[in-house]
Every structure is written in structure tokens, then in C-alpha cells.
Design a protein around this ligand. Structure first.
Ligand code: NAD
Ligand code: UDP
Length: 341
């Protein structure tokens, strides 16, 4: 299939572009490089020995999209493009609603998703954030969404899912699959591509990595008084290559209208366990201290993965230790990300 990958130069996008090529698909990447570097695409070309069609465009720019669709026959869209920082979304809610909603709306309008029976299949990057604070664990797709979301970023994912559902009602032929990612970690095992954090990371895995690399002095564990076995928060850390392969599996799935599917491992890992897995992978002592709970954080979240297995015939294969080892390989080979090497 020829697959339009928006945000394909970013962290998850670049790994998915690689997985698409390995599975024999043809990616066409659109990215405005607002949070990425063209170097990631060059690196994927190097690993796959394949040249990649790349367009430096904003996905909110409908004219640019129209021009692209007039020249290309696109079979499916994987829509990663968007802003992704929970903390930043609280400080800049309008920028988040603007970019994350308008990029999705532009794409849907340009492909006439609400009326054209031949509109390309649409795979959307959603997030476990839509569940807010889940009542039942592991959290399955039938759990309530939209209630208890603690930040504008989470609302953008929830609203985009609602938009996709309504568009599917208007056009029964339209296939929209919202993949609800849990917590991506790791990098391609080559250490050639990975997560390029230009600023101090908010997410736990890149933060620990940068402490291990000596770029940050100490890692703060947010809360040691949760009702969990070791008192620290629990998440479902999924290797980015497993996540990438989940997208390839979703391309092969024919949904009847809208479908939301969790992409996680099904296993919860505490912050202390993650820290210890990183120490083992890097063979280093990584200094940490306990700090107050971070505002808006939930205690525990991990995925019920039965639906992904049933519908996509997909399961995660890699462990948290694999993720830590691969993240560390990327970090140690590329101390400044794609910037300077
Ligand atoms: P990323 O920032 O590395 O990638 C996003 C890419 O989109 C970047 O390359 C950026 O330049 C591009 N982009 C942003 N706005 C754009 C626009 N208007 N037009 C064109 N390009 C634009 O983020 P990521 O971690 O790879 O996340 C990809 C998607 O997955 C995002 O939608 C994110 O919200 C979602 N997601 C990420 C996580 C996570 O923890 N990383 C978890 C759940 C969901
Ligand atoms: N966390 C932490 N220190 C950090 C960043 C995160 O202890 O510097 C914890 C956080 O409280 C949560 C887990 O790590 O329990 C995952 O946080 P992250 O921001 O990576 O993902 P999210 O909260 O969005 O699931």
C-alpha cells in the first residue's frame, strides 16, 4: 500500500516508516519538522537502503494536502502529526487544540472522509490518556473515555476520536482506527534512530536516559506513596518497534467504521522497576530521589490487549529490558540526538 504518514519524521513516525518499508509498503511522509529533524528520515533511508518521499508541509495546510492527493494515489493514512506534551498543553491549550484538531480536520476534509466511499483508511494516533483515571485494570476499550481527562492534550485525542466516529456514521464505507498507545519506550535496535528530545524531557524513559548519559544530574520519582506494591506509579511501557509493527498490522485490518484499539503490552511496570531495568541495561548507577506526586498524574494504567490480538493478530514481542537497552544504545551513540554526532 502507498501510505501517507503525517509526522513521519518524529519518534513513533520514523520507526513506523521503517516498519512499513520492511513490510513492503511505500510511505509518503509529510512533516513540518516542528518537533523533529529531516535527519531521522535520512537515517531510516540508511537502515532500509530505500529512498523515502518526503514533503515538508504543515498538515493544517489544506492546499498543500490537496496538491499532494491530486498527484498521488494514497491507500491509507497514518496520522501521527500533532503536539504531544501533556505539560506543555496545560500552558498552551489553544496551540494544542488548534494543531491537533485542525491537522485531523484538514486531512479528513481533503479526502472527503464524510462522503467518498473510496476515502483512504485512516489510522489515528490516540492515547491511553482518553481513559482519564481508569476504574478497572487492565483498561479495555469498552472503558469510559472523556471523563477525568486531566489535560488539554488528552482532550485533543478524545475530541479527534469523536470526530472520527461521527465521520464514520456519515460514511459507512469509511474506516477509521484509533490506536490508543500506552507508554512508548526504546528505539530501533541499530541505535541509529530513536527519540530526539531537544528540550528537557517530561516523559520518564528519556529523562532516565539523559541522567544515565550525564546530561541531567538526577532523576526525580514523582510520588512514593501510591497504592502500588512499591509505592511508585505504574504504566504499560511498550517498545516503539512493537508499536510501529502494530500500525502495520492495523493497515491489514478492515474495520467496519470506527474502531478503537489499545496498543500496549498488558503488563504494568513501576517507576522503580523501570529505573532498575535502565541501570541494568546501561550498567550504570542512575541517581534518583523521591519527589512529590506530579499534578494530574494517575496511579496506574496498563492495557487490556485482547482486542489488538483478536482484530489485528498483533502482540508486543519485546520486553521493558529490551526497550531500556535499545534506548541506551541510541542515547550513547547519539548523545545530542540528531543534532550533533
Ligand atoms: P513527535 O513529536 O516525535 O512526532 C510528531 C511529529 O509531527 C513531529 O515530527 C512534528 O514535527 C510533526 N508535526 C506536528 N504538528 C504538525 C503539523 N501541523 N504538520 C506536520 N507535521 C507536524 O511525537 P511522537 O512521540 O512520535 O508522537 C506521535 C503521535 O503519537 C502524536 O500524535 C502523539 O500525540 C501520539 N502519542 C504519543 C505518545 C508518546 O508518549 N510519545 C503517547 C500516545 C500518543
Ligand atoms: N515520572 C517520574 N519522573 C519523571 C517523569 C515521570 O517519576 O521525571 C513518572 C510519572 O509520575 C508516571 C510515570 O513516570 O508515574 C510515567 O510518566 P510519563 O510522563 O512518562 O507518562 P504518562 O504520565 O503520560 O503516562
Amino acid at each position: 500500500m502507498k501510505v501517507l504518514v503525517t509526522g513521519g519524521a518524529g519518534y513513533i513516525g520514523s520507526h513506523t516508516v521503517l516498519a512499513l518499508i520492511e513490510a513492503g509498503h511505500i510511505p509518503v511522509v509529510v512533516d513540518n519538522l516542528s518537533n523533529s529533524s529531516f535527519e531521522s528520515i535520512k537515517r531510516v533511508e540508511q537502515i532500509t537502503e530505500t529512498s523515502i518521499e518526503f514533503h515538508e508541509n504543515d498538515v493544517c495546510d489544506k492546499q498543500a494536502l490537496k496538491s499532494l492527493f491530486s498527484k498521488e494515489k494514497i491507500d491509507a493514512i497514518i496520522h501521527f502529526a500533532g503536539y504531544k506534551s501533556v505539560g506543555e498543553s496545560i500552558a498552551k491549550p489553544l496551540a494544542y487544540f488548534d494543531n491537533n484538531l485542525n491537522s485531523t480536520l484538514s486531512l479528513l476534509e481533503v479526502i472527503y472522509a464524510d462522503s467518498d466511499p473510496k476515502a483512504p483508511k485512516f489510522i489515528f494516533s490516540s492515547s491511553a490518556n482518553v481513559y482519564g483515571n481508569p476504574e478497572v485494570l487492565p483498561v479495555s476499550e469498552i472503558a469510559k473515555t472523556g471523563e477525568g481527562i486531566t489535560n488539554p492534550y488528552g482532550y485533543t485525542k478524545f475530541f479527534c476520536e469523536q470526530i472520527l466516529k461521527e465521520v464514520c456514521v456519515s460514511n459507512p464505507e469509511f474506516q477509521a482506527i484509533a490506536l490508543r498507545y500506552f507508554n512508548p519506550i526504546g528505539a530501533h535496535p541499530s541505535g541509529i534512530i530513536g527519540e530526539d528530545s531537544q528540550e528537557t524531557p517530561n516523559n520518564v524513559a528519556p529523562y532516565i536516559c539523559q541522567v544515565a548519559a550525564g546530561k541531567l544530574s538526577e532523576f526525580s520519582i514523582f510520588g512514593d506513596d501510591y497504592d502500588t506494591p512499591d509505592g511508585t506509579g505504574i504504566r504499560d511501557y511498550i517498545h516503539v518497534m512493537d508499536l510501529a509493527e502494530g500500525h502495520v498490522a492495523a493497515l491489514n485490518f478492515n474495520s467496519k467504521g470506527f474502531e478503537a484499539i489499545n496498543l500496549g503490552t498488558g503488563t504494568g511496570t513501576s517507576v522503580l522497576e523501570l529505573h532498575s531495568a535502565f541501570e541494568k541495561a546501561a550498567e550504570l548507577t542512575i541517581p534518583y530521589k523521591f519527589a512529590q506526586r506530579r499534578e494530574g498524574d494517575i496511579e496506574s494504567s496498563y492495557a487490556d490487549v485482547a482486542k489488538a490480538h483478536q482484530l489485528l493478530n498483533w502482540k508486543s514481542k519485546r520486553t521493558v529490558s529490551d526497550g531500556c537497552a535499545d534506548a541506551w544504545r541510541w542515547q550513547s551513540h547519539n548523545p545530542d540526538g540528531y543534532g550533533k554526532n
